[in-house]
Write a protein that binds this ligand. Structure first.
Ligand SMILES: [Zn+2]
Length: 321
């Protein structure tokens, strides 16, 4: 098996310069209004500058001439400063400039005095996200894992992910200890309320298929909300949307495993979404200490390729549906 770290880059990063001016006064944010009542949907790409499939999906939507029939649709290229640094020879380096844009989403940080390229951009984009009824955040993964939706901790996030009937895996989790994700920001993760955010990990960063998944996720959401015409979809993704009915599986993340030593390794080249049947199976070693699965049918979520002490090695989840 090829190590995905060195997988060929099948995707071409699109030129997003034509979308810089947008129409909102914020660079790389375009809001399309219908004049009819309806939700404000935000399709968000490039939270991580090297995850180019989301940018390809938004570029495709622009080229298709997408217009909402109801409500408002905003297309956002988030960490454009990092994206500008994308280099095919060193494609992982452009994930961010100063810090991870997806760990900044608490009022304390956003209102605080700390400064970075990503915090500046987050403060610019904050009103866009705060006005969203629905946010679809497009990401991709280092490992060659099947596409999955991270629906956050709320029931409405889970309902939205299941309502799209795609991708097949839905992972309910509470985020990262290292800082709040955008999908966990403010009203999105509140126990009560209607505002909803989900994150789709569309596949391996560089695979051609990953951009197809990103576009399909956007189209399914807009179609489900009756914000676009079926004809628009038919031209691009129609056959897939109509024939596809993968049964979905829901996983609840129960714990994150943090490496305690510099010598963490897995017992097999896991890529994620493996279901380990028997409780107590050793799946890795942290120095001398074995890492055992805590329950039957334990699902491995996004095992890290290389782990340093203090970093998340893998998250473990229980199949609940
Ligand atoms: Zn990402």
């Amino acid at each position: 098996m090829t190590d995905p770290l060195f997988a060929p880059i099948e995707l071409t990063p699109p030129d997003i310069a034509p979308y810089r001016r947008g129409n909102t006064g914020i660079d790389h944010v375009t809001s399309l209004t219908s004049g009819e009542a309806g939700p404000h949907v935000v399709l968000n790409a490039l939270v991580h500058g090297n995850e180019i499939s989301g940018a390809i999906a938004l570029d495709s939507l622009f080229r298709m001439g997408v217009r909402p029939r109801r409500g408002r649709l905003s297309l956002v290229f988030a960490n454009t400063a990092a994206y500008r640094n994308f280099d095919r020879q060193n494609p992982y380096a452009s994930r961010f400039v100063d810090e991870d844009f997806n760990r900044l989403w608490s009022p304390e940080l956003l209102d605080g005095r700390r400064d970075s390229v990503e915090l500046r951009r987050a403060r610019q984009l904050r009103p866009v996200y705060e006005s969203a009824d629905l946010l679809l955040d497009l990401h991709s993964m280092t490992a060659d894992t099947a596409p999955l939706t991270l629906c956050g901790p709320t029931g409405r996030g889970r309902d939205l992910a299941l309502g799209l009937r795609y991708p097949a895996w839905v992972v309910a989790d509470g985020g990262h200890a290292g800082g709040r994700r955008l999908i966990d920001y403010g009203a999105f993760a509140a126990a009560e309320g209607a505002r909803t955010a989900i994150l789709v990990e569309c596949g391996q960063h560089w695979r051609a298929e990953t951009a197809v998944v990103a576009l399909e996720s956007c189209l399914r959401l807009l179609l489900g909300l009756e914000m676009i015409d079926a004809e628009l979809v038919d031209e691009r993704a129609g056959p897939r949307l109509k024939t596809r009915a993968d049964p979905q599986r829901v996983v609840e993340v129960t714990e994150a495993v943090t490496a305690a030593t510099e010598h963490f390794r897995f017992t097999a080249p896991f890529v994620g979404l493996e279901v380990i049947g028997r409780a107590g199976t050793v799946i890795g070693w942290d120095g001398e200490r074995p890492l055992r699965t805590p329950y039957d049918d334990c699902v491995l979520i996004m095992p890290a390729r290389r782990v340093k002490a203090g970093q998340t090695a893998v998250r473990l989840g229980r199949l609940v549906g």
